[in-house]
Design a protein around this ligand. Structure first.
Ligand code: ATP
Ligand code: MG
Length: 296
């Protein structure tokens, strides 16, 4: 049976030091032809999903570490489908998906990390962020007029504001890592042309049209500004504590393989074990067993 060369694959897309990172070095259509045979993709995904499920059981049993997977992308890059496929084997009790939309009144009345803090996974849980705090240095950076709604004091809206936000995010994620949250950030990197095809597809196929939003066509006019904002965000916040994965997203089957491989790899590094039962409890268990046998 084919096996995914996870380490080699992930080394290709993982960014832990942003200093030399350039988005232009990453091809959205890459499928690592020397590492993965597309004919094996379904089997490899199934393997990854099964392994992730087993690791999540251990994570849950141990209730010490937790996993936070952040998904960022342009529209139609495949966030929803990736989350659906990669998490398809995992016990729903151990996972929570949060989709962050444009902030409402209550959220705007607080600092930007407030709503994120409230959604962090508890120990033993997997948290999936479909969009995240990064929107504050992406969509808000591309549309700075959004800052008016945030009611940030004018004195704090200076030249360095974006750099400060990025620093704050990096520090926040280091804090999370030091608290036992394994933070993985996925940028599903779709090309502008592939996005155009997918948006057209939504219009052409009646069962997909509900997904179409006219706003997506407007946002894509700011493509280059978005790419600059993504590049700046990845440069400033990629670290060992919270790596970015720049995942090629023009081919959905490949995106899913890279994401599942990254989650499996991160959990495998934790050396998760089923918690051992203390001696005292074990004695109680013997009594319970005897009782159950007697009842039979
Ligand atoms: P899909 O389109 O696949 O359903 P989506 O994630 O694009 O998924 P939408 O409801 O279309 O979901 O969009 C959410 C919108 O909310 C995005 O345009 C995003 O930029 C915006 N958003 C999220 N967080 C913020 C934020 N902090 N400030 C401003 N806008 C935000
Ligand atoms: Mg959308």
């Amino acid at each position: 049976m084919a096996k995914l060369p996870a380490r080699k694959l992930l080394d290709r897309y993982r960014v832990t030091d942003g200093k030399t990172f350039r988005l232009a070095d990453h091809d959205p259509a890459d499928v690592a032809p020397k590492l993965v045979n597309p004919a094996d993709s379904a089997a490899l995904l199934a393997q990854g999903v099964a392994r992730l499920s087993a690791l999540q059981e251990l994570l849950y049993a141990q209730r010490s570490w937790s996993l936070l997977a952040v998904f960022q992308a342009m529209d139609a890059a495949g966030k929803d489908g990736t989350i659906k496929h990669v998490m398809s084997g995992v016990n729903p009790q151990g996972v929570r998906v949060k989709a962050f939309k444009a902030p409402g009144e209550e959220e705007l009345a607080h600092d930007f990390l407030w709503r994120v803090m409230r959604e962090l996974p508890e120990r033993g849980q997997v948290g999936i962020f479909n969009r995240s705090h990064y929107e504050e240095v992406l969509v808000v950076r591309v549309h700075p007029e959004m800052l008016d709604r945030e009611r940030l004091p004018g004195a704090l809206r200076g030249r360095k504001m974006w750099q400060h936000r990025l620093e704050d995010i990096a520090h926040f994620e280091t804090y999370l890592a030091r608290q036992g949250l394994v933070v993985l950030k996925f940028f599903l990197h779709v090309s502008r042309e592939e996005q155009r095809r997918r948006l057209l597809d939504r219009l052409d196929q009646p069962d997909k049209t509900w997904k179409f939003s006219a706003g997506d066509v407007i946002e894509r006019q700011h493509w280059d500004e978005y790419m600059q904002a993504y590049e700046a965000a990845i440069r400033a916040t990629a670290s060992d504590d919270a790596p970015w994965f720049v995942v090629p997203a023009d081919h959905k089957w490949f995106t899913r393989l890279v994401v599942v491989a990254a989650m499996v790899d991160a959990l495998e590094k934790l050396d998760l074990k089923v918690p051992s039962v203390p001696e005292q409890t074990r004695l109680g268990l013997a009594a319970a067993r005897a009782e159950l046998i007697k009842e039979g």
